[in-house]
Design a protein around this ligand. Structure first.
Ligand code: UD1
Length: 381
């Protein structure tokens, strides 16, 4: 039997926990031969290779090593190098996940390439159809364009199916399969429970807040200053633990705001009193452990809104919109933007009220990757 060859693309931190379950499900299907492609959009160990180790993934078969750059430079560099890899390996199928620059760049290269035989690869997009309706977000542009050119669009929630239908995508391209990020979460929770991160930080269960912050709109001077002030105020009530993205750290240094936090080195022990603690980025298992046991989470990430929904941990999203509305209707998510009063009201509610009952969004059951591979298996049979 001729195996169908697959390029499975990851580039930035939030991609790798989506690539993990898809790779494993493809590996169980005898008809596919899969190569992981790492674009190198994220290259720091703690934003990238730590996830391969923790998720038990093999090293990428193709590394494009593009590094950082402006959006145009990064996208162009990925396209150029990915096209070279496509010509040399000639995969039958390219799978991209999520909405980072790597997803769009590889989708564009894949959809235009023609092999010397005249054949072209098919393109699948996992996590298709999500829309914030805010085109100032680079991710929204990446999502719209990737979906416009994909052959098979795998969706995580019903809003995505409706968005794609509204955009005129034919129904036979859309496959509602659930959420591969939740496959990873459910698969790794027991290992995450063994993490010693809380002992190391000296924090008590349910008595700390967890913060992540990296979106460009929140790193503009006035917004970042207001957010940092608000976090300091929150930290006077409950310890705030902040594993920071390298760009956020750079921005805080640039604005002279880095002295607002207590810096904690990777292996440093602290006894967390009420203070604002900044850490380097954490691995997946440590982060899941801290998230699962937090009083509440403050974030501008997309994936964390989904993870807190499943974990039942209150999530205050520091944005005005979400492309994941099922986390509002079924989960714990509340949009608080960057306005101090709204954030404080959210914190007050999280600290004083028991979270209401949450409902698991349809198909967020740990089997999304299996469903994707079943669909692909039927198509490539
Ligand atoms: C990217 C994604 C974003 C995702 C985030 C998760 C896009 C448009 N954005 O944003 O959706 O939520 O990843 O982290 O793709 N840098 C490092 N080390 C690295 C990589 C980057 O220090 O390993 C620094 C560099 O200064 C770089 C900056 O971070 O310029 C931004 O990196 P980039 O890949 O452009 O986007 P993110 O902000 O990480």
């Amino acid at each position: 039997m001729r195996k169908s060859s697959v390029f499975l693309v990851g580039g930035a931190r939030p991609n790798f926990m989506k690539v993990g379950p898809i790779f494993k499900a493809l590996a169980r299907a005898p008809k596919f031969k899969t190569t992981i492609v790492h674009t190198g959009q994220h290259y720091d160990r703690e934003l990238s290779y730590v996830f391969f180790e923790e998720l038990g993934l093999p090293s990428p078969g193709v590394r494009l090593e593009v590094g950082s750059g402006s959006h145009a430079v990064q996208t162009a560099r990925i396209m150029e190098r990915f096209e070279g890899a496509l010509f040399s390996e000639q995969p039958d199928l390219v799978i991209v996940v999520g909405d980072v620059n790597s997803s769009l760049a590889c989708a564009l290269a894949a959809t235009k390439v023609v092999y010397p035989s005249g054949a072209r690869p098919k393109l699948a997009h996992v996590e298709a159809g999500l829309r914030s309706f805010d085109r100032s977000m680079p991710e929204e542009i990446n999502r719209l364009l990737t979906d416009a050119i994909g052959d098979f669009l795998f969706t995580t929630e019903e809003s995505a199916n409706a968005n794609l239908a509204r955009e005129g995508v034919p129904e036979d391209k859309i496959f509602f399969v659930g959420n591969v990020m939740i496959d990873s979460l459910l698969g790794q929770l027991s290992r995450a429970d063994s993490s010693k991160i809380r002992e190391r930080l000296g924090v008590t269960d349910g008595r700390y807040a967890l913060l992540t912050l990296h979106r460009p709109s929140n790193l503009e001077t006035a917004t970042l200053l207001a957010l940092m002030r608000t976090m300091e105020e929150i930290a006077s009530r409950i310890p705030v633990i902040f594993p920071a993205h390298p760009r956020t750290v750079a921005r805080l240094r640039e604005f002279g705001l880095d002295d607002r936090c207590v810096w904690v080195a990777p292996d440093e022990e602290i006894s967390a009193g009420r203070a604002f603690y900044m850490l380097p980025p954490l691995g997946y298992l440590d982060f899941l452990n801290l998230m699962r046991n937090a009083a509440f989470v403050l974030t501008d990430s997309g994936g964390i809104q989904e993870e807190t929904t499943i974990l039942g941990v209150p999530c205050l999203t520091l944005r005005e919109n979400t492309e994941r509305p099922v986390t509002l209707s079924h989960g714990t998510n509340v949009l608080v933007g960057s306005d101090p009063q709204r954030i404080h009201r959210g914190v007050e509610a999280a600290l004083t009220r028991r979270p209401g009952p949450t409902r698991t969004p349809p198909l967020w059951d740990g089997k999304a990757a299996e469903r994707i591979v079943k669909v692909l298996g039927d198509i490539f049979s």
